[in-house]
Design a protein around this ligand. Sequence first.
Ligand code: ARG
Length: 464
Amino acid sequence: MTKKMWSGRFEEASSSLLEEFNGSLPFDKKLYREDIAGSIAHATMLREVGILSADDVEKIIVALKQVEQEIDNGEFEFKISDEDIHMAIESRITEIIGDAGKKLHTARSRNDQVALDFRLYVLRNNRKIINLLIKLQQTLIDMAKNNIDTLLPGMTHLQHAQPINFAYHILAYVSMFKRDIERFESSIERNNISPIGCAALAGTPHRIDRNITASLLDFKSPSINCLDTVSDRDFALEILFNISTLFVHISRFAEELIIWSSYEFKFVTFSDAYSTGSSIMPQKKNPDVAELLRGKSGRVFGNMISLLTVMKGLPLAYNKDMQEDKEGVFDSVETAIISLKILEKAIATLKVNRENMAKACKTGHLTATDLADYLVKICNVPFREAHHITGRAVAEADKLNIDLSEMGYKKLQEIDDRIGSDVDEVLSLKNSMNSRKSFGGTSQEQTIKQIEFFELWLSGLEIK
Ligand code: ARG
């Protein structure tokens, strides 16, 4: 029978099935660095306020650092009978230093301890995700800068709509990922408060100083209400939501890359290093990376729903249900990290097939709206009528098997004699794109402004 730290009132040993079901050690061992940093701060505070002697605290800290080394080096023996990472570390330091180790848990509970460790993990990984997003943004902006001149069919309903430039299309994703970065940042800002010292739920009669632990751990301040703090997992829900929204964006981008890399489009070519082959069809080069990026949104969304469901309806304060908070967060964080890394690499090595994009612009009458606008602006035709005339021009172009942009003013005059020779300029694909000069539009002038805007914003961000 292994003796549990909490076994004072128990007469029988735990069943091994209970240990397996109840324990979190197999997954919360990931939190060992946070747990040790938290314990060092807690012990230091206990010394500062005179609750523990300098001698004991010295021993505790040395032992905690030794345990960290042991775990780092894979020498630590994880025993499920210890239940979780908190007790595994505490029992090991007690093994090393004896009685001093038993004093570390003064004025704290595993409830504030796990709230601290998990929060530190989430804050650290918010930062890591931001850093990877910054790198991705730089790569996307570089791609945009190289493609201000690249015409692309802009689509709605996946049907040709109006000509845009490829830089502008890429900047739409830069704009989405900017919001993502801001969401991760604001989550750090909001959740940068220290739970340690809340103890089980109600604070502690020991004369601790929560400001000391908060500042040792780089928190803005200690949390204000302990009852809330020990059962607050909003920070975890936020990272799950923020990663989910990030994956809405990643999966949309991935979907476009998949379509663009198909034989029908051939707008882009993935480098061999980020493509896969088929075990049966020798000719295949598959966009597995993009497909997985699209597919991984499933697990990420699932993790969010899962924690929302765990947390809903829980009475205050800590309940063991909350041990179910970690695996989904670990999974989403790890998924986000590897996904952002590979997306950046796939983009940095992507070949943009400009000629194919330009060729695609010559189908689907992308400049039809320009003809209608021309009839309104130059010929004073009411918009509804202009729309109708343009529709007839499009039908005629289809009959002739040419694109409206190449029809020429003479044929157009046969449809409506108010049309002048100046219409050819208006219907050219490039002029059409460049005519959309309204703020935030696709013209090269506006696209360059957007690039400058995003670059300036990015230059103010630090990789920390
Ligand atoms: N392993 C637990 C968890 O992850 C730690 C907190 C346990 N607290 C308790 N009172 N049983 O949630």
